[in-house]
Each structure stands twice: as structure tokens, then as C-alpha cells.
Design a binder for this molecule. Structure first.
Ligand SMILES: C[S@@+](CC[C@H](N)C(=O)[O-])C[C@H]1O[C@@H](n2cnc3c(N)ncnc32)[C@H](O)[C@@H]1O
Length: 326
């Protein structure tokens, strides 16, 4: 087993971990348990509180979604929507590698860790590490082959070069500027082994074929993201971006369309409810952006949006980008 050199929450580039050669009960696991146990989960330094919601407090991060129980519930449901739509948790051809054991998997921006825990249960002989800018992942009741660490990918990942067989990153679309995306992808490539696979999963923020109320509400969201320099259309250039990277090969894109709204049944309804929760989260901010008079009027607008989805029958587009490190 290798040694661990952990420096959590440093603004400087952390000294990298050396990954364990064995897959289960690794030093990462032991060290991380100590780190997460001493974090002050509720301190005001660790988080900011706005309109009764909790947000991260990391200086150089543009990520603006909350990190509290309501958001974890939303992400949990989102995970199962995504799994149902794609009928799988991954598209990368990694099943054999992960089943035979000894493989190291990294999930970047793992959030509450739902994907990672499912994967670590499915592949008990391989080792799974999740990192997130906020310590929102589980500390207890996780499989022995799963570990979580607090780390900001934009500060550099705390791992040595060429250590992961498979790196997964999902739903970071509201986190990065164009340059951040490039930096994050370079960092992912750095820690991926030669022959290792990278999978980036995203979806378009706005449903296609939607109506005027939908346009209005999404305009508030997009204005907010634009003001933070977030590149929320990266999926349209991701294939070119990956293809232009010399160290990558076998770059592919998969695409899936899902009907959006109650008219489309259970999944469509869950999808629109998931976005509806975000519109409600940013009620105070969007009120002024949209020039809506008060909260009652805003709530009426959201209800009208749900109705409008049934009229326009929009759909949502999701993507999976795959690449292999040469
Ligand atoms: C929308 S959530 C998605 C969570 C998870 N990937 C999933 O699919 O359920 C995005 C996550 O990325 C994390 N995140 C945002 N910026 C990050 C960064 N620079 N480094 C690491 N994690 C980041 C957030 O804290 C949040 O937990």
C-alpha cells in the first residue's frame, strides 16, 4: 500500500496522493475518514447561507447551486432520472476492467455520491474515489471500496499522474467558465492512466421546443450564469475540444432526447419538477431579474410554466462524451 499525503482545503496545489496497490481498505479510506470527521459541517466559514439555503464558500468557485439536504434530494432523484433515461450508469467500456478488480475509478464533483456508491456496490473488487468541492458526500455507511475527499479540481486534483483507470464527471455544467473546463479536462487527463477512459455526462439546461414562459424563466437562469462567466453551452463544443487534445483518442459522443413535462408521463414529470425546484430555489434572485412583482406572482408564473409544458411538449437533450487516454 502506498502512503497518503493529504492537505485538505489548501488554496495551494495539494501534494498528491499515492494510490494504493490493493483495492479495498486503502490508505485513502483511512485518511479521509479522519479528515471528514474533523470538518465542521455547519460552520459559517465553511458555508454561506442565503434565503434559508446553504451554499459552499469556496473563493475561486463559480458553482452557485446550494449544498443542503433539499439539493441532495434533488440530485438523488436526478441520478435515478438519468439512469432510467440512459438505462445504465455509464457508457464507457469498463465493465470487464472493473469486474476483474484492482481498477481505480474517480468521480469528479461527486455531490452526495449516489453514482459512486452504486458503482462501488456493483464492482466490489475495484476502488472508487469521489471528490467534491464541498464535503457533501456520506461519511458513514459507505462501501469499503469507496472513499470521498474534499477537493476543488480547479486547484489541481490531489493525485499523482496516471493513476485512474476510469474518470467520470457528471452535471458540472453550472460550475465552469470555458477556461475552467479546459483546466478541469487537462487535470482529469493528467490523473488518468494510459489506456484509461474518461466519461463526461451533461445535459442542455434549457428544454428544446419550449414556450414563452419557459423562455422567460430560463432567461433569468442563463443571465445569472452568464454574469458568472459560466460556459453552459460547452456540450456543443465538447467533442471538438476533446478531439483537439493530442493525448486523447477514440473520442465519442452519445446523445439522448427525453420528453419534458407532465404530458410525457412519470419521467417527463420528474424532470420538469427537478428544474421547478431550481426555479423555486432562486425565487428571490429571479424575481428582480424578471421584474415580477412579488413571490405570489412568481409562484403563479411557475404554475403557468408547468401548464405550458403540456401545450408545447418540449424535450430535453443529454450527452455522454467518452475518450481514451493514449
Ligand atoms: C450538480 S452537482 C452533480 C453531483 C453529481 N456529479 C451527480 O451527478 O449527482 C455538481 C457537483 O459538483 C461540485 N463541484 C462544483 N465545482 C467543483 C469543483 N471546482 N471541484 C469539485 N467539485 C465541484 C458541486 O459541489 C456539486 O456537488
Amino acid at each position: 500500500m502506498g502512503n497518503c499525503f493529504c492537505k485538505p482545503k489548501s488554496k495551494r496545489k495539494p501534494k498528491p496522493y499515492r494510490l494504493p496497490t490493493s483495492t479495498i481498505g486503502s490508505p485513502i479510506s483511512d485518511t479521509h475518514l479522519i479528515i471528514s470527521d474533523v470538518l465542521d459541517y455547519g460552520s459559517n466559514d465553511e458555508y454561506r447561507f442565503i434565503d434559508g439555503r446553504r451554499f459552499h464558500n469556496v473563493e475561486n468557485s463559480k458553482y452557485f447551486l446550494p449544498c443542503d439536504d433539499d439539493e441532495f434530494d434533488r440530485l438523488y432523484i436526478k441520478h435515478y432520472i438519468c439512469k432510467h433515461i440512459w438505462q445504465r450508469n455509464y457508457s464507457a467500456p469498463v465493465k470487464e476492467r472493473l469486474s476483474s478488480g484492482g481498477a481505480h475509478v474517480l468521480d469528479v464533483g461527486c455531490g452526495p455520491g449516489t453514482w459512486l456508491i452504486e458503482m462501488s456496490n456493483e464492482f466490489p473488487k475495484s476502488h472508487f474515489t469521489g471528490i467534491d468541492i464541498s464535503p457533501v458526500f456520506p461519511r458513514e455507511g459507505k462501501p469499503d471500496n469507496a472513499d470521498f475527499m474534499e477537493a476543488n479540481i480547479l486547484d489541481g486534483l490531489p493525485f499523482e499522474d496516471n493513476v485512474f483507470d476510469y474518470v467520470h464527471m457528471r452535471f458540472l455544467i453550472t460550475s465552469f467558465s470555458t477556461n475552467d473546463w479546459k483546466a478541469a479536462i487537462n487535470e482529469i487527463i493528467r490523473v488518468t492512466k494510459s489506456g484509461g477512459i474518461i466519461e463526461i455526462v451533461e445535459e442542455e439546461l434549457e428544454p428544446r421546443n419550449d414556450g414563452p414562459i419557459s423562455r422567460l424563466l430560463f432567461s433569468a437562469l442563463l443571465m445569472d450564469l452568464t454574469s458568472r462567466c459560466i460556459d453552459f453551452t460547452i456540450y456543443s463544443r465538447m467533442l471538438d475540444l476533446l478531439n483537439d487534445i493530442e493525448s486523447l483518442t477514440d473520442v465519442k459522443k452519445e446523445e439522448i432526447m427525453t420528453p419534458y413535462g407532465k404530458w410525457a408521463g412519470r419521467i417527463g414529470s420528474l424532470l420538469s419538477d427537478n428544474t421547478g425546484l431550481l426555479f423555486r430555489t432562486f425565487k428571490t434572485r429571479f424575481l428582480s431579474t424578471l421584474g415580477v412583482e412579488n413571490e405570489v406572482e412568481y409562484d403563479k408564473l411557475i404554475e403557468a410554466w408547468y401548464e405550458e409544458l403540456n401545450e408545447y411538449k418540449p424535450y430535453n437533450v443529454g450527452y455522454r462524451f467518452l475518450a481514451t487516454k493514449k
